[in-house]
Design a binder for this molecule. Structure first.
Ligand code: GTP
Ligand code: MG
Length: 693
């Protein structure tokens, strides 16, 4: 593959709801551009993009693949992203290195949540966009309805460049709206043959044409004037207007086709080359931090091979079969296989021995890559996703993008004995590939907890462990770290006495237990001993005893917090008393005293912020109430609402899944531990019961 410059490259991210056909479009583009000799199918598990065993098994994409194709002296790097919402970080990272978004919509399903989200992302990131309305070969495909839904939702920005139609035999044809040129499918050859515009389509074509011409004219003052003077715009002028409109985000052209049948795929590639601005124009520069003189912000790097080198790593693959690879976009300058690059994040140098262009999992070795292009480096030891690689003499840091916070936690444990060490190594590797996966060992419960964005993501982790690392694991709800405390004051005696011949044991304490009201500390210990009733040397033993006792409360064995213990009296024996005996005496006092001091169970409460479209407000608030939550406020944020609430963590365990089903994936949330609170009586009873089992 030859090297391309930023004015010859289009980095196109494929977006859209799961199942709309993104991977199949990538596959069709590879085939129709001649990059591959046959077109793979999702059903056969042999597409270039979905090569991972998990993708083949599920028949959906779980991670982004790069699919470079060469078309009309231009390189189009398709970035095929997963449509499942759990993998949105893959989408966002792919978008961070793309210049244009191609949102795919199924003409069978019409507008879906994934289509809306794709639009939101392109609005956030301000990148030019285009639609491909796919699955037109299907009998149930409804192009009119799909287009209307798109225009209802996104306005007249959506500009159809074609009108599809079916003849009386159901055979498909397409009319080029701008050229007023109709083509009919020749069933025998699969080719499109020129034909007349069907009489019943003439008005429709004219109507759509004037819509497209109007938006094209609006992108340029001169064209607009001509348009208002009722002068006919030339084809070139319309094309120019479209190009400008795409660059200014005011036009998102829509074309139609079928990925499985290959209809519209060449047109798609040609449209990307002809109408979509090259990388250099879409993303002329990138903001970065200049590291030469401290950390200077506000600097930019131009998307040009003449600049100093800076690359942004948007993906790390760490796989026992594929090896370790870092995929990056050259943001500025040129990288070649003789260079050493600097990673300012880890302050290390990485050697560039082999430089690749990735096509799915295939590594195609190249000598150099210029600004605007996408490539990969193997075996970098200190580099991973969101890192910058740059010239050591002109170091810069490219900004990281915000990724969704992991919210769904599960405890993970190996089924087989002896896999504990293996599992933690494997999880480290999987985590490297997935920046939204969190892995930690809970000190209190000793459970390994994995936290992700959704159930599918965690399920992928389980399957990767099984197939790639040969470790069988099971997931369970994490143990909730309840606490115990007391609500009243008691004064009790704890006496420990043993006389079994020879040297005896004697310790005797009077302790006052009361609430300290400080739930961040387990206990506060004081002594008010007068006249040496307990000799000073035994005070530390009493405290030690207390320290051990608070590990396990008297109700359900959970750690005790918010306790104040004051040693007020006691007695000792000059020979039999010992530290050990005083520690035991304290334990007796604790076990005697706490049950009398109104012990209660405390549960962890989370601060929760749920972001949802307006129409779900009622449902979500009702649901939070059912979860024993308290709503603190409701605030507007862009087009959405944020509900701020406090909810017991025990009630939040499956919230990621439930919120998704309540909002069809439109809602998101974040939460963090806020404080402990006394659990309601019925909840306490259940907790105590379940600990007895
Ligand atoms: N009839 C028909 N089926 C299609 C077409 N394009 C894709 N499909 C089928 O639709 C299903 C989903 O296609 P994919 O390419 O996996 O869709 P995707 O958008 O990549 O899905 P995710 O990876 O889950 O986001 C597969 O069974 C494809 O064979 C098409 O043009 N016509
Ligand atoms: Mg896919």
């Amino acid at each position: 593959m030859r090297s391309y410059t930023a004015n010859e490259v289009r980095n196109v991210v494929l977006l859209g709801h799961s199942g709309c056909g993104k991977t199949t479009i990538g596959e069709a583009a590879l085939f129709h551009s001649g990059a591959t000799s046959r077109q793979g199918k999702i059903e056969d598990g042999n597409t270039v993009s979905d090569y991972d065993p998990e993708e083949i098994r599920r028949k959906v994409s779980v991670s982004t693949s790069v699919l470079p194709i060469e078309w009309k002296d231009t390189k189009i790097n398709f970035l095929d992203t997963p449509g499942y919402f759990d993998f949105v970080s893959e989408v966002k990272l792919a978008m961070s290195v793309a210049d244009t978004a191609l949102t795919v919509v199924s003409a069978k399903s019409g507008l879906e949540v994934g289509t809306e989200k794709a639009w939101e992302y392109t609005e956030e990131m301000k990148i030019p966009r285009m639609f491909f309305i796919n699955q037109m070969d299907d009998e149930s495909a409804d192009f009119r309805k799909t287009l209307e839904e798109l225009r209802d939702k996104f306005g007249k920005t959506v500009a159809p460049l074609q009108v599809p139609f079916r003849d009386e035999n159901g055979i498909l044809g397409f009319i080029n709206v701008i050229k007023r040129d109709a083509r009919m499918l020749d069933v025998a050859t699969g080719k499109l043959i020129k034909c007349d515009i069907p009489a019943d389509k003439v008005d429709e074509v004219e109507e759509l044409r004037s819509m497209v011409v109007e938006v094209a004219a609006e992108s340029d003052d001169e064209l607009l004037e001509k348009y208002f003077n009722d002068e006919e715009l030339t084809l070139e002028e319309i094309y120019d207007g479209l190009k400008k409109g795409i660059r200014q985000f005011s036009i998102a052209p829509a074309i139609f086709g079928s990925a499985t049948k290959g209809y519209g795929i060449k047109l798609l590639m040609s449209t990307l080359v002809k109408f979509v601005p090259p990388s250099e124009e879409c993303r002329p520069s990138f903001e970065c931090i200049d590291l030469r003189n401290g950390e200077n912000t506000g600097m930019v790097r131009y998307n040009s091979e003449k600049e100093h080198l800076a690359c942004f790593v948007f993906k790390t693959i760490s796989d026992p079969y594929v090896g370790r690879l870092n995929l990056f976009r050259v943001v500025s300058g040129t990288i070649n296989n003789t260079k050493t690059v600097y990673n300012p994040e880890t302050d290390t140098y990485e050697k560039v021995a082999h430089l690749y262009v990735m096509r799915g999992k295939e590594q195609i070795e190249v000598d150099e890559l210029n600004a605007g292009d996408i490539g990969a480096l193997a075996k970098l030891t200190n580099t991973s996703t969101q890192h910058t690689l740059c010239s050591k003499y002109f170091p810069v840091l490219l900004p990281k993008i915000d990724l969704p916070k992991p919210v769904l936690s599960m405890a993970i444990a190996p089924k087989g004995k002896g896999d504990e060490d293996k599992i933690s190594n494997a999880l480290t590797k999987i985590k490297e590939e997935d920046p939204t996966l969190k892995v930690e060992v809970n000190k209190e419960t000793k459970q390994t907890i994995i936290t992700g964005v959704g159930e599918n993501q965690l399920d992928v982790v389980v399957n990767k462990l099984k197939t790639k690392y040969k470790i069988d694991v099971e997931l369970s709800d994490p143990i909730i770290p309840y606490r115990e405390t007391i609500k009243s004051k008691v004064k009790v005696q704890g006496k420990y006495k043993k006389q079994s011949g020879g040297h005896g044991q004697f310790g005797d304490v009077w302790i006052e237990f009361e609430p300290s009201f400080d739930m961040t500390k387990d206990y506060i210990f004081e002594e008010k001993i007068f006249g040496g009733a307990v000799p000073k040397q035994y005070f530390p033993a009493v405290e030690k005893g207390l320290q051990e006792c608070v590990q396990s409360g008297v109700l359900a064995g959970y750690p005790v917090v918010g306790l104040k213990a004051t040693l007020v009296d006691g007695s000792y024996h000059p020979v039999d008393s010992s530290e050990m005996a005083f520690k035991m005496a304290t334990s007796v006092a604790f076990k005697e005293g706490l049950p009398q001091a109104k012990p209660v169970i405390l549960e962890p409460i989370a601060h929760v912020e749920v972001t949802i479209p307006d129409k779900y407000m009622g449902d979500i608030m009702g649901d939070i109430n059912k979860r024993r939550g308290r709503i603190l406020s409701m605030n507007p944020e862009n087009e959405k609402k944020v509900i701020v609430a406090e909810v017991p963590i025990a009630e939040m365990q499956k919230y990621a899944t439930d919120l998704r089903s309540m909002t069809q994936g439109r809602g998101s949330y974040e939460y963090y531990f806020e404080r402990y609170e006394e659990a309601p009586m019925d909840v306490q009873k259940k907790i105590i019961e379940s600990r007895k089992k």
